[in-house]
Write a protein that binds this ligand. Structure first.
Ligand code: CP3
Length: 345
């Protein structure tokens, strides 16, 4: 059943619970590491459509996944805005130029995606030719999460610089978020035009905010983006890491599906919002480091908690980590498909 993922997003009946994994193309796969080596570095891999296509398809060759996600990164937008992204081993993403003041924000140009990010559209076109009806997910970072990296200049434990800016210069922060919302919207429209079948917004750092700031700085902007995408009819997934306390609010901004991190009980999430949206998640990624017995027990727990009913897409609660044994992924994917049949007609 090739449309299992798209049907589950629409809460329509399926034969088995669909599954894909955040960061399914990545360093835990030796063939990914080989292609990245060939590209030279991570960003070159993102910017070479043939190679980005190759790594997008790698996990689908190995596993019976129900969706592909285009290989790219959320930080391609700030890179296209001139911040000069690089990925440094053991540090993570670093911008050569970070955002420090209002003048820099005023000067930022919203990039034309067809010019500066066309490599992503090309990669999508190539992947779609190879996929033969398996759906392809396009994605972007939420404006807040992108702003967090742009102001901080790199990953951070507490993102204190961007929070300081939000409190001390709210107008500057909103100007930045406004520009990023326009950039994300046109970037996602380009991905849809190129063939993306569903769209996911990654709000990795929304959970760092107070409830009112979450609404004000993250949720509202994501809602705006979703409203602009509505006429396309493409299903959407919103994922806020650490957003478990705000599920009701998150479910009301117009997405088709809400992504859950591993901290939320999926049974509770289903009770709160499962009648409004589909749910995606939510196995703790650390479980993938253990044994088949433990993976089976914890996976059963999630599938049993969701129970009978449409609208569940199995996933991890965050991205898969580089030290996961590839055979554990095969075990997980096959187990989800076999065990979940009893929850569907
Ligand atoms: O899911 C997929 O398979 C698609 C590819 C994808 C990547 N990044 C590839 C990647 C997606 C959807 C992302 C999103 C992304 N990127 C997020 C949101 C999701 C999340 O994880 O919260 C964030 C916050 C980023 C920013 C980013 N990019 C970080 C923090 C890092 C370093 C972390 C790490 O694992 O080293 C990256 C680099 C990155 N993006 C890698 C991959 C496969 C590792 C690069 C490598 O070493 O080859």
């Amino acid at each position: 059943m090739k449309d299992r993922f798209l049907r589950a997003l629409k809460r329509q009946p399926v034969d088995k619970t669909p599954i894909w994994l955040m960061r399914q193309a990545g360093r835990y796969l030796p063939e990914y590491r080989a292609t990245r080596e060939k590209a030279g570095n991570f960003l070159a891999l993102c910017k070479t459509p043939e190679l980005a296509c190759e790594v997008t398809l790698q996990p689908l060759t190995r596993y019976a996944l129900d969706a592909a996600i285009i290989f790219s990164d959320i930080l391609t937008i700030p890179d296209a805005m001139g911040l000069e992204l690089s990925l440094i081993e053991n540090v993570g993403p670093v911008f050569n130029k970070s955002i420090k003041n209002i003048d820099q924000i005023k000067q930022l140009d919203v990039p034309d995606p067809y010019d500066k990010l066309n490599y992503v559209a090309k990669a999508i076109t190539l992947v779609k030719k190879e996929l033969n009806d398996t759906p392809l997910i396009g994605f972007a970072g939420s404006p807040w999460t992108l702003a967090a990296y742009m102001v901080e200049g790199r990953s951070s434990r507490d993102f204190a610089k961007v929070k300081k800016l939000s409190y001390s210069e709210p107008d500057s922060m909103h100007l930045l978020l406004q520009k990023l919302s326009v950039a994300v919207t046109s970037y996602l429209k380009m991905q849809i035009e190129a063939g993306a079948d569903a769209i996911m917004l990654f709000d990795t750092w929304g959970g760092l905010l107070s409830e009112s700031n979450y609404e004000n700085l993250s949720l509202n902007y994501m809602g705006k983006i979703l409203r602009s995408l509505e006429p396309t009819g493409i299903p959407t997934i919103v994922f806020t890491k650490g957003g478990g306390m705000w599920l009701d609010k998150i479910s009301r901004i117009g997405s088709t599906c809400v992504g859950l991190d591993w901290m939320t009980d999926i049974k509770v999430a289903k009770q709160i919002i499962g009648h409004k949206v589909a749910l995606q998640g939510n196995l703790d990624p650390a479980i993938m480091l253990t044994t088949k017995t433990i993976i089976e027990k914890e996976t059963k727990n999630i599938l049993d908690s969701y129970g009978i009913g449409n609208g569940h897409i199995f996933n991890l609660g965050h991205g898969i980590t580089p030290d996961v044994p590839p055979e554990n992924v095969k075990y997980l994917v096959d187990f989800v498909h076999s065990y979940s049949q009893k929850f569907h007609d």
